[in-house]
Design a protein around this ligand. Sequence first.
Ligand code: LIP
Length: 271
Amino acid sequence: MSDVSPAAPLDLDDLTALAVDIAREAGELARRRRSEGVTVAATKSVIADVVTEADREVERLIRDRIAAARPADGFFGEETGAERGTSGLTWVVDPIDGTVNYLYGIPHYAVSIGVVAGEPVPSEWQQRVGVVFNPANGELFQATRGRGAWLDGQRLAVSEPSEAGALVATGFGYDPATHDGDFARLRRVMPFARDVRRAGAASLDLAYVAAGRLDGYFERGLHAWDHAAGGLLVLEAGGLIGGSPDDAPGREMTIAAGSALFERISTAVYQ
Ligand code: LIP
């Protein structure tokens, strides 16, 4: 972003409306590119960690829209990296979360846009706005700090497990060397789970916890852009999000659930 005077006074409703508008435009581009055909543009950490040209194009659209509307804000995106601003706000963006689903044509992927104040790191940021938009089914989850979490106008609330056990989601890293540890943690959670879901998009897993469609979620290896928006959805829906005990969510671990289940998952993951 250019070096200009701080942005106009912060109106959280205006900021949320801008994030929603950008997410919808970006999501429509992603959906259109998917219908035209998608191929791998490059691999990143390991061969299974792919990026498509659509990822890059969608992030450029998001970045350009933000620069035009709020040039003093910072940006931190999965595909184009970070640039500090002067307003104290940073947009933390995953242009297409659930990239492998997107590549295979599975209609479960999302534009994830979070806006945070302070340092754009989970242990220090103060989340202000979160938007998670699935263009494949048109569902847009949004949250504004202190004003609740919403799905298409319906207020969201986390669930508590039934007597049958907790419906829990998780994920496995791209690096096969990490899978044994992931499966060991899952084995420790299963005794109090009714079933597990592995849907492939962290931002939507978090949105589903906020919506009560999942009772809980945990995954190792997430980046800030995976949970910056979805984490606020969970908090504003009355849930908890964290990482290793007493830590913020991060690469080591992300756990999200209602308070009682959060503690059970954390204990099982770290026993
Ligand atoms: C993905 C996450 C997913 C995780 C994948 C990957 P990407 O993000 O949403 O939960 O299991 O390993 O990190 O790469 O699609 O933006």
